[in-house]
Structures are given as C-alpha cells and as structure tokens.
Design a protein around this ligand. Structure first.
Ligand SMILES: Cc1ncc(COP(=O)(O)O)c(C=O)c1O
Length: 478
C-alpha cells in the first residue's frame, strides 16, 4: 500500500512556502559546503571563507563583555559567588536578579512579559534615553527583537472594511519583515529608500506606496528601521517628524525597529518615542511599538536571544490579546533576561566592574567606527562601486555595476545578476556576502550587503579580494 504523506507541499500552510531569508540563503549554504571542501583538502584559489553575510559580532571575533558573562555565570551557578575573583557589583546584581526569580532559580519560568525587575530597568533606561516617562507595564521581553516583531505584527492579521491588511516596509529591508509578513499572510507594501539622498525616507514615496497599496488592501502599519539595515542610515529628526505626520494622517501604527541604536557612527540617534513626544498633540498620543535587542550594540549577545518591545498607548483589549498570546509562549529565556538587565544598567564609575567594562565597550565602538569609515572609503575607491556613508548599524550596502553580458550570463544560469555576482565572488575569493535582491532594491540597480565587523586584517583581506575580483569580473564580461 502506498504510504501518503499527511503533510505535502500542496496542503502545507502556503504562507510558509513563500518565506525567504537571504541572510542564511543559498550563498551561505554554498559557503558552508566550500568550508567543508577546504577542510578535506580540496584546492581553491583561496585558503579560507570569509563570512560577511550576517551581523553576528561574536562569530566575527568581538569578545563578550566580561560583566555580562560574570553575571550569567553566577546567576546559573550561584555557588560561584564564593570565588574571590567575582567582583562585588556582580554578586549584588545576581542577588537582585535571583530575588526576582521564582525560588531564586533562573531555571524557573518568569512572568510571560519578563521579570519585574528587568522590565523596571528597561523603563528606567527608556526614561533616561528619551527624557519621557516610561512604564514597565508597556515593556515586553522576548527571545530577541524578531520574536516581538512577529508577535506585534500578528495583531494586524485581520481584514478591515472587507480589505486584506497590508504593512508598509522599506526597500531595501531586513528580511525578517518580508519573511514574517509572508508567514502571517500580511500583504507587503514596499516604499523605496532614496539611495541618492543617504537612504532617506521621502514623503512622496511614502504617499505613493500607501496610495497604490490602498487600492486593494487596508494599510495598517508602517515599519521604519532606524538605524537602517542593510542601508546603515540614521534618520534626521526632520525626516522622522515627516514620517510621524504621514503615519498620523493615514492612521498607521508605527513599528520602529531601533535595534542598532547603540551602533552609532556619525549621526545622533533619536527614538521615535522621543520625537513623537516632542512634537506634542496630536502626535504624542499615537500608538507606537519600538524594539531593542541584546543581539546588537556593544553587548552583541545574539545567541542569548534577548530583547524588548515598548508598546505604548495600546487599547486595553488589544493589550490583553497581546498578553494572552505572549502567555501561550510561556516566557523568554531567563538567562537572556539577565543579560538584558546588564545592558539596561551597565556598571557605572565607582563600581568595581566599571574600568574593565568601559574599556571593553570603548574598544568595540572604536572598532565599529574605524571599520565603517574604511568600508566607505575602500568601496568607493573601486571603479564601478558606490557606497553611501555608514551612519550606524554594522553593514555596508555598496552598489555595484554589473555589465550587460554578465546580466545575460546570470539569466542563463537562472539567477538574479547580483546573485550571480555574489556566487562568483564566493567561488573565486571565498568572500561570502548577501545579494541585494535578498533585501530588495530598485529594478536595474545591484548591491550586496557585507558586515563590517571583522578584525582589521581580515577586513582588509576581504576588501582586497573584492577589489581584485571586481576588476577581473568586469574584464571578463565587458
Ligand atoms: C533590523 C533588525 N531588526 C531585528 C533584528 C533581530 O534581532 P534579534 O532577533 O537577534 O534581536 C535584526 C537582526 O539582525 C535586525 O538587523
């Protein structure tokens, strides 16, 4: 008897078939395969693969912050407190955290929105950042920002006035958004960032996107990624005011992805919460959800999966629905919450951990700034490349000229021109970057995203490899 599968491509959730996440896509799969080949001694024109596909700082050599790791070690194993090597402020922090854990154990579930202490610390952090009061009741902890963004977007899965819901997202965008919209069955309304003006959000373009999407859908929310990924821009306050007014006029809920707020290189960061508040009525009464994570900034603890959302001015029934959905997922990792606590309230001058902490933090931020400036300079010095200034985040997103003949060769291979380019770059140099088509880009323009976090010599090796490759690729296809 033929055994039929219960679950097939035809009857599986069709939304899930549409998810794509280029950051871990086919180019990375090929890079992993090449790494295995190199281990087996297969000869290649390079000795190692340089992974520049993902913003994972620790994977690229950034050392963890000692204070965070000491707190985690002690929280997991309180007996270590007997060690004379553990600073007193670490012991105190762990006592506070464990006092807030059921039976003093990080192995017990926490409340589903997170430990009370940590939510209070988040609110203090936000109030200090913005000069605007913040309430722990508006703070939800999660398994990274991704978890919370998905939870919030889930609230919009509902037809309104007979029309399917749509969410406006930037192009280029971080594919968490396109992937999550696909999964939830929400429509994606693209608005293009203006590459000629440092990837700004132009009001005209927002209006165009809204108008077009509104013909068939009800546009419910506007996603803004600031600082940008992959684009690296930091929005000016004026631009943010325009965006807020636009959202107000069209009754859009703003989702502010502000996960790179500590990765600031050359322009000041303003939070949407603060700008809305300073604009006064009616804008200061708008709903808003903003997202911060432990995966970025100086902590960069991606693997601990910790972040938070501040969701303000939600209607009570909506808040209850969100909280019920969060309760079903139990709670985020309690060790992750402990790491978030350290990020929200790092050591301060006068505390035993402060000298080491401030030296570690400074070194990380200095390296980020240097790398951003080098990437900008080096990419722009390659004929056929242009790269906007990197104001924040941890990526470069250079634009690359791909000759017509190479575009035809890509089509023959069933690939997008930028995929073809990135695949050839990988095969010939070992450099693994993500094609711009994985983030979206204007038709006829080609980009790739590269992280800029490698140690300086590795980074220089990568830039030299890209330069050599581009010259030979252009010669071959011109
Ligand atoms: C713009 C942006 N938002 C959200 C995330 C999600 O981060 P996490 O889920 O690790 O907190 C990332 C991760 O790279 C990101 O780049």
């Amino acid at each position: 008897m033929k055994l039929e599968k219960c679950l097939t491509e035809k009857n599986v959730n069709q939304n899930m078939l549409n998810i794509s996440y280029a950051v871990r896509g086919p180019i990375l799969q090929r890079a992993l395969h090449i790494e295995r080949e190199l281990e087996k001694g297969v000869k290649k024109p390079f000795r190692r693969v340089v992974r520049a596909n993902i913003g994972d700082c620790h994977a690229l050599g950034q050392p963890p912050v000692t204070f965070i790791r000491q707190v985690l070690a002690l929280a997991a194993c309180p007996a270590l407190a007997a060690s004379p090597d553990v600073p007193d402020d670490v012991k105190l922090r762990v006592r506070e955290l464990l006092d807030d854990c059921t039976k003093g154990s990080v192995g017990a579930y926490s409340p589903s929105a997170g430990l009370t202490l940590v939510r209070r610390r988040v609110a203090q952090f936000l109030a200090a950042r913005d000069g605007v009061p913040a309430s722990p009741d508006d703070v939800y902890l999660g398994a990274g920002a991704s978890d919370l963004i998905k939870a919030l977007l889930g609230l919009f899965v509902q037809h309104v006035d007979g029309k399917p819901p749509a969410v406006m997202i930037p192009i280029p965008q971080y594919p968490l958004f396109s992937g999550t919209l696909s999964e939830l069955g929400l429509r994606q309304a693209n608005y293009y960032l203006d590459e000629e003006h440092d990837w700004a959000l132009q009001l005209q373009e927002l209006e165009r996107s809204w108008r077009e999407a509104s013909q068939e859908s009800h546009v419910r929310a506007l996603v803004v990624i600031n600082p940008g990924n992959p684009t690296g821009q930091v929005l000016t306050r004026d631009n943010m005011q325009e965006i807020i007014k636009f959202a107000y006029e069209h009754q859009l809920f703003i989702l502010a992805d502000e996960v790179y707020q500590e990765n600031i290189i050359s322009k000041p960061f303003h939070s949407f919460k603060k700008v809305m508040h300073e604009m006064g009525a009616p804008y200061s009464s708008m709903e808003l959800a903003s997202f911060v994570t432990c995966s970025k900034g100086w902590a960069a603890e991606c693997g601990l999966r910790a972040g938070f959302m501040e969701a303000v001015r939600l209607q009570e029934g909506v808040r209850a629905a969100l909280e019920a959905a969060r309760a079903v997922a139990q709670c985020p990792s309690v060790l992750g919450q402990c790491a978030l606590d350290c990020v929200m309230k790092p050591p301060v001058a006068g505390e035993p951990s402060y000298p080491r902490f401030s030296q570690e933090k400074r070194a990380t931020l200095r390296a980020l700034g240097e790398r951003a400036r080098t990437a900008h300079r080096e990419f722009n010095s390659i004929p056929g490349y242009s790269c906007n200034i990197i104001d924040g985040s941890m990526f470069a997103f250079p634009r690359v000229e791909i000759p017509e003949r190479a575009q035809r060769a890509a089509a023959d291979a069933g690939l997008q021109p930028d995929e073809f380019y990135c695949l050839r770059l990988l095969e010939e140099t070992g450099v693994c970057v993500v094609p711009g088509s994985g983030f979206g880009q204007r038709a006829g323009s080609f980009h790739f995203r590269s992280t800029i976090l490698h140690p300086a010599d590795e980074f220089q090796h990568m830039m030299d490899s890209v330069r050599r490759f581009h010259a030979s690729f252009t010669r071959q296809y011109s």
